[in-house]
Design a protein around this ligand. Sequence first.
Ligand code: GP9
Ligand code: MN
Length: 695
Amino acid sequence: MKSVKMKLIKLKNKTIKFSKKVVKEHLIREYYKKNVLFCTFVLTCIVNSTLLRFFCMHTMENYLSIKPIIADLMIVTFVGSFGYLIKPKNRFTYYLIAEIFFTAICMINSVYYTFYTSFASVSMLSLTQYIGEVGDAVVENVIQLKDLIYLIGPITLIAVNTKLKRINYYKKVEPKAERKKRTIRTLSASGIIALLFIVTLNSLDVTRFIKQWNREYIVMRFGIYIYQANDLVTSLQPKINALFGYDQANKKFIEYFSEKEEPSKNEYSNIFEGKNVVVIHGESMQTNVIGLKFNGQEVTPNLNRLASEGMYFSNFYSQVSVGTSSDTELTFTTSLMPTQSGTAFVSYSDRTYNSIPKEMKKKGYYVYSMHANNADFWNRRAMHESLGYDRFYSKVDYNVTKENTIGLGLSDKEFFKQSISKIEKESKEHDKWYSLLIMLTNHTPFSETEKYGEFDVSIKEKVTKEDGVVEEVTYPYMENTKLGNYFKSIHYADSALGEFIDNLDKKGLLDNTVFILYGDHDARLPKKDYNRLYNYDKEHDKVLDSTDPNYKEYDSYQYELGRKVPFIIWTKDMKGTDLNKENTNVMGMYDVMPTLGNMFGFYNKYGLGHDIFSIKDKNIVVFPNGNWVTNDVYYNSQKGEYLSLNGKAISEADIKKNNEYSTKLLDVSNQIIVFNLLKQDEDENKVIETQEKVK
Ligand code: GP9
Ligand code: MN
């Protein structure tokens, strides 16, 4: 009896399932029949964008990712819904135009990706030299089959339309109210898809979307159509910003610099004139690793050596905003601050900059940069040109394989090895040269520890037991913490640096060369890990309690002030000379150009920093968020709080004066970039130079 009942229930369930399926299929078929054109349009546009991702980024994860498909679906449904507002007989024209538009996006990006392994940006069109490059690229590349495959979209739509015409599909009359209803219904569907998409976003997605520089990531997460729309907005924003307020900005700019005087000469003036230059951009290198040891082993033996043999600026800060690496490059190279919105590298690459490369070129140097990552990362391809580099060696100039990759790209050891021959070539071809090498491996999240080589961040101690036997005891200490992994990673980067210096020396490339190194920004490591570093209780493998007499306070101010990065100027023969010393005056990335300018014999009137050997202990380092630090005070503008660094009282009047100074400096820096205020000056200089040549 029971089993019969069970069978009946099963049968009932099956019937329900079957009828649901029938209804569903029927509904889908019905819907498709009524909306053939719309469905074809949506489907083909999604197939095209999926194909684009398929051809550009060949990893399984990329092929199978559903997120960009949802994003594309949202956009295409949105655009498609307006087709219903149009009378059936004209609807096809609307869908065809939209289809051609979406197909063009896919085709342009397909061509662009082949050449630049990145997706196209509208902002590039504002760079005339760039149009030339892309233009050539299109001509050479036009034949590739994979770029034409997207035409399948419009072709299918045309074919479907022909068939529909044949069966008199468009003869039906559709009242206006009905058309409106269909539009609203489809728009609602697009809204629901949008909601579905938004709930899957995390904070990393959002920040990357706002920054818009990691183009691959955005396409993989948001699809090509949203990427292109976002790109359009970020590209137009700087143009809009620059539309209003030029006259006032220019007036303020003239006022600001009319008060500035050229510093008088000092003992460092022109000391390096005519020498070749190697600049190292040390990814995430922090000052607090210098001199640090684990079990007697130095974390960074090579940085330590450079610091002890050269000019070491131990109270040096980077001044980055959201543009991290690129902001540091900007500030180092131009003595300007990062922009208040967007990033200079991405949004303002078409502006005129007074830069170290341009100054060195005037002195007869050949100036080049090297970075084994994709050239479009941080829009370097365009920006390095604007900054005046003669040549940019990027990923395409290096042999990058799976085996020699760590983290973001080519390992630092391999990068330096492969760079030597390029430097050798340039040094043979040019009398004087200036090079910038941008490191990459020591980049967050510092997780590929197995590739960094052995470096213990535990505590190892020899303990003599009661029976006299000596045993080694290991306490985990910083093992398996992010900070611990960072030490391993920077130990690797440091050893790459050591090898590089040795190899340069072997080739005689250090004989007449000034070696300059800066940490680009701090590594954003967790504060709690520093607490462990300074307060480790090895007996119990835990962090000391704050009530413990041995507890060392590590508060948020120490954390903020601990974000210092190294700045070192070193030559082979500096050790033991007058130049070989530690400089403890507070200094910022914007002081580099004026300081080097004094040493190499050039002056940038529009730099915001100072020659550190002229300003000495009177210096002030302003951060993009309005915080500032001097030798005596650190001021946090968000909290409106300050901290005395020398135990002395600080007058409110001094705080006010420095606040005004910082606000003015940040303002003028931003306006120089947004309103392109250095262009006029450069144009005038060019005229003078030409007149002099003619004479
Ligand atoms: C990218 C590299 C890292 O090429 O310079 O940039 P970051 O994430 O440090 O800004
Ligand atoms: Mn960086």
